[in-house]
Ligand binder design. Structure first.
Ligand code: HEM
Length: 729
């Protein structure tokens, strides 16, 4: 019997997604599960090492067994995992969840995977699977490692590591009564000990217990994936999980939407058929669980008909346990932390062709403002934030010029360029000069002035779509969001670099200007690059453009205390700020493509995008913070603020999917002057992409974020264009 070859996953278009086909293959005895034994035997036949624990797992773990021995072992263990027996374990799960909530509450850098999902899982599973020994971190590491057993074509090194992990875990299993447990509760190894006579091979018991311990990590994975999915949405969806009755309506849907199992695999034997068509013996059938679940929700919208636990003889025996655990863990978390907010750029995934689950889920627990340091207070409440940005008398923008002046004096450094930039960065300006410049900029970038740029925005969108369709490995950041941003922002602002390639390479650093109070080392680096960019700027190009660029128009104005050098610096800083256009587009694309297909089926319709836009912006806008400084002593709630202290308005918690009325573009005197341009671009680029590629899909969890302190920004967002695109061989 052949082992599964990893090339089976190279073409996702060949995966089975029709739920009837998937269920039929899973139930069909002509298809068998992957044969780990075959792989291990081959290694030995070629003179390679033996892996005794893996060999035993291959014989005794349900996932690798077939035929009568498999059925007999399943029958013997079924009562332990069945819903009635689990009722007695529910209080143990609830205690584990309560303990994990307490650890999350006090964690310095709260992370849902580490502090909640895995903490609650481990606490419970140690009792349930009779694994009292070993330090928590070590046991978790071993379980994660041993989980790789089902991955096909593992290297010798990986097999060695897994074998060692299995051996170490085996030593921790015990049939002794678990301390602290009610005497009536019997752990799995103890249960198996009592039923040894029903197992064909008495040697099997420890390995069956071991496979349950290792395999049940899926509970933590599924919980984490469901929380990740739910927290990406708006606050209403999260808070719904706290309401009584959520389990009845929401649990199945969550399990259907967020399966940690991406694909299931079977190997065709003699006489195997799929959808009536014969298969070759040894052919691999890869079944797409996410796709099959989506198809099933089209038939049964509540999600209750999912295949997240598989089907047929290998259907997950842990399904009732997972349901029991998730039904308690999700609402308990939503009740305790109704304003929980996920830092999506800090999320990290473990992803293989078979599974996906988050390994890091950093969060902010609540929306209460708090002092971060002796000099900085973080604002997380919408009403407080709104009051602050509307009160220019109490709160000024960061006063960068005096800061840089003092720094230059103290350090003896020439900070002339940094001062030029700070003096012309609108978000650091105050008073009449700021007001005059805002008026002049609004004359070019105000909502009603931008219509003349629409032909350029549409032409750039078409060019970007053509580019996306022509590259071998399409990426929605490199091949869509970034070229679109460059194609629009440069001409509209009037930046004409002599060497566009060099400019594009240097320009991202302009985003660092958005962060106040940079240390001197960063300022040195920034000055060097800004000097080079300024020296490489030509006169704004106007030829062939549908309207006059901003810089050209500003040059014609008589602005107070502003010379041409100031204007070039001003527009350059604006270019730095306008990277947010690309980042926000990327974030919205990631968000929309992570939604269930039924929730974004109208994304090609400009009217739908228009109606959803504020909600999308409030969830996905890229800036993390707005800054203000106290002009004098002040107070926010219980927090005393001294003169010159900095307020950092944390937009993640403030805006969290509130739709209209969000502060994604700020408010008041410093409201974003690029908001109208950004929204116009989004209204054009989003529906155009979905209209051109109706089958657009992400490569699951292959995206990567940039490591930026001030901005949520994707570095890559690999995708498949789908049937009407050109990314097929
Ligand atoms: C989706 C994209 C964008 C987002 C989410 C965004 C966000 C923001 C926010 C939150 C502020 C307020 C800062 C404060 O109150 O201190 C702001 C200000 C500003 N933005 Fe944007 N921005 C975006 C695109 C742009 C673009 C395309 C430009 C340039 C054309 C731009 C230029 C500016 C400038 C110059 C300010 C300062 C305005 C002032 O202080 O008077 N932004 N932006």
């Amino acid at each position: 019997m052949p082992a599964v070859n990893s090339s089976a996953w190279t073409d996702p278009d060949r995966f089975l997604t029709d739920p009837d086909d998937v269920a039929a293959v899973l139930r069909d005895p002509h298809f068998t599960v992957s044969q780990l034994t075959a792989h291990l035997d081959e290694i030995v036949a070629r003179g390679g090492p033996r892996f005794p624990h893996l060999e035993a797992m291959a014989r005794h773990a349900f996932a690798f067994q077939s035929g009568e021995p498999h059925l007999a072992a399943r029958r013997a263990t079924a009562p332990f995992f069945a819903a009635p027996a689990l009722a007695a374990w529910t209080p143990v799960a609830e205690l584990a969840i309560a303990a994990a909530l307490a650890s999350l509450e006090t964690s310095r850098f709260p992370d849902l995977m580490r502090d909640y999902c895995e903490a609650a899982f481990l606490d419970f599973i140690r009792a349930f699977c009779g694994c009292p020994g070993g330090a928590d971190d070590r046991v978790l590491d071993l379980i994660r490692l041993a989980n790789e057993t089902t991955r096909p074509m593992l290297s010798l090194k990986a097999l060695g590591r897994i074998d060692a992990a299995l051996g170490e875990l085996l030593d921790h299993l015990s049939t002794a009564p678990v301390p602290g447990l009610e005497p009536g509760l019997v752990s799995f190894p103890a249960f198996l000990g009592r039923r040894a006579d029903r197992l064909a091979d008495p040697e099997a018991a420890p390995y069956i217990a071991l496979s349950a311990l290792v395999g049940s990590h899926t509970v933590a994975q599924s919980l984490a994936l469901a929380l990740h999915g739910m927290l990406l949405g708006d606050l209403g969806a999260w808070q719904a999980a706290a309401r009584p009755g959520w389990t009845d309506t929401g649990l199945d849907r969550a399990i259907s939407l967020y399966p940690s199992t991406l694909t299931l695999v079977r190997i065709a034997g003699d006489g195997a058929r799929i959808g009536g068509c014969p298969c070759h013996k040894g052919e691999t059938a890869v079944m797409d669980v996410v796709g099959a679940n989506a198809a099933l929700r089209r038939r049964v919208p509540d999600g209750s008909a999912h295949l997240s636990f598989g089907a047929g003889r290998h259907k997950c025996p842990g399904a009732p346990l997972s349901r029991m655990f998730l039904a308690r863990a999700i609402p308990a978390l939503a009740r305790r932390f109704p304003r929980l907010a996920l830092h999506r750029d800090g999320v990290r995934f473990h992803v293989t062709p078979l599974v996906q689950y988050p390994v890091a889920l950093p969060v902010t627990r609540d929306a209460r403002s708090r002092r971060l340091t002796g000099r900085m207070v973080e604002i997380r409440d919408l009403d407080e934030a709104r009051a602050i940005v509307n009160d220019d008398a109490t709160w000024s923008p960061p006063r960068m010029e005096p800061y840089l002046e003092t720094l230059a004096e103290r350090s003896g450094r020439d900070l002339g360029l940094a001062r030029l930039v700070a003096r012309n960065a609108m978000f650091f300006m105050s008073g009449p000069r700021h007001a005059a410049i805002r008026r002049a900029v609004a004359d070019s970038l105000g909502g009603n002035r931008l219509a003349c740029w629409q032909p350029l925005i549409e032409a750039e969108t078409r060019t970007a779509l053509t580019r996306l369709a022509s590259v071998p490995a399409p990426d929605l950041i490199a091949d869509y969001a970034e070229p679109l941003f460059r194609g629009i922002a440069g001409p509209v602002l009037g930046l004409a670099p002599v060497d566009p390639e060099r400019f594009d390479a240097l320009a991202p650093i302009l985003q660092d200007v958005l962060e106040p109070w940079l240390p001197i080392r960063e300022l040195d680096r920034l000055q060097e690059v800004i000097g080079e960019i300024l020296a490489g700027l030509g006169l704004p190009a106007t030829e062939g453009l549908p309207s006059t660029p901003l810089l050209t128009r500003l040059m014609e104005e008589d602005l107070p205390e502003t010379d041409p050098e100031d204007l070039r610096a001003l527009v350059l800083v604006m270019y730095g700020a306008s990277f947010n256009m690309a980042h926000t587009l990327g974030n919205i694309l990631h968000h929309l493509l992570s939604l269930p297909p039924e929730d974004r089926r109208d994304a090609a319709d400009p009217a739908w995008i228009d109606a959803e836009l504020e909600g999308l912006i409030s969830l996905c806008a890229s800036p993390k913070y707005i800054y203000r400084m106290a002009r004098g002593p002040a107070r926010i709630g219980e927090i005393e603020i001294r003169t010159d202290e900095t307020l950092r308005l944390q937009l993640l918690s403030i805006d969290r999917g509130i739709g209209t009325g969000n502060l994604a573009f700020g408010h008041g005197l410093h409201r974003c002057v690029g908001a109208a341009l950004s929204k116009r671009m989004l209204r054009t680029a989003l529906p155009a992409l979905f209209a051109r590629f109706p089958g657009l899909a992400l490569r699951p969890q292959r995206h990567r974020y940039l490591d930026m302190t001030q901005t949520v920004a994707l570095a890559t967002l690999p995708c498949r264009l789908g049937p009407s695109g050109k990314d097929r061989p």
